[in-house]
Ligand binder design. Sequence first.
Ligand SMILES: Nc1ncnc2c1ncn2[C@@H]1O[C@H](COP(=O)(O)OP(=O)(O)OP(=O)(O)O)[C@@H](O)[C@H]1O
Ligand SMILES: [Mg+2]
Length: 369
Amino acid sequence: MAFKRPTRHSPPRPKGLSLSFSSKKPLSLGLDIGSHSIKICEFRRTSGGGYKLVALGSALMPPDAMEDGALLDPDAVAKTIVALIRNLKIKEKRVAFSVSGYSVIVKKINLEVMTEAELEKHIHEEAEQYIPFDINDVYLDCQDLHTNTEDENRTDVMLVAAKREMVDGYLNMLRSAGLKPVVVDVDAFALENAFEANFGLKDNIALIDIGASKMNINILSGGVSTLARDVVLGSRQLTEQIQRRFDLPYEEAEALKIGSRPADDLQADVARIFKETCRQWVGEIKRALDFYASNYPDAPIDKLVLSGGGSRIAGLAELIATETRVPVEIFNPFAMAEFNSDAIDPAYLKAIAPQMALAAGLATRPVEF
Ligand SMILES: Nc1ncnc2c1ncn2[C@@H]1O[C@H](COP(=O)(O)OP(=O)(O)OP(=O)(O)O)[C@@H](O)[C@H]1O
Ligand SMILES: [Mg+2]
């Protein structure tokens, strides 16, 4: 199976809103298998060409089921997915999921302009000069971004390589859960897809998803991904530090962190842990922005868009805005979607929306079959 980029991303990329793209191809379920929770989202197309949210939900990931993006306990994960799908009464079996972590490499390379067939051939023959893996051990995919550099005979190509063993682990797990995986994406691109489906990709934006154990940064300039980076930092760090600092079990530390247990006299210490960790995250974000600014000095970033459970930390958006001097928004991947408020509680939807970004991006993918 190859990584399938969204068909509407096929160059030349249509500018502006993609909600009304004419394709009548069906959509698959969007499944985001995160290290903290599994998120699922299902859309249906509306007659106006938009999306209607018909199902969404999440379930906690079984403990120690995943490490560095790879599945350690596929049976437990499959059971959790089956139960979640049953609870949500979802009938659709086709599923889109995404991967990230050490076993996935996303790299932009500059090549001579060539046809699609020549590009495929070149990548398969020359991949080893771009990626540190044995070519036989990876699934490879590439996409010509059609961005001319100074030289019109050259173009930028996005190359994706993912270890077969890791991807096959997901495919087998999903099949054992009775599902039909039809799309494999990369987290950073699923995020981009979710944003594009709602707001288009006109601006220069940095999409930043802060999960439990990783942060995905995807910086887009005029609709094209210029930098996609995974950083092994996330909200679990906070829980672990609270655990260590106060010698607490995981659940209690987690409750303190998300504010469901009052911190009382621990408040000052908890606040210090938050501040130090959030500064580390801001440091990573600034590094990515600096890298972007040095390569695209004439296209300054218009805004940062935060998602993931980590984005729910009170004061984080303000801290990032102050430190980077760029406006920060919290991502609502359902901003443009219709939904039935009798079936989906608007308050729940609002609260969970930033964590659903990847699942929503995956669920807007048209599938070929
Ligand atoms: N209000 C909150 N304040 C701080 N952290 C929160 C809050 N709500 C949720 N979180 C944290 O967000 C994390 C879960 O976010 P998310 O669902 O985006 O992670 P994930 O996708 O499972 O993980 P990853 O993408 O890193 O594999 C957990 O660590 C959880 O404690
Ligand atoms: Mg995540």
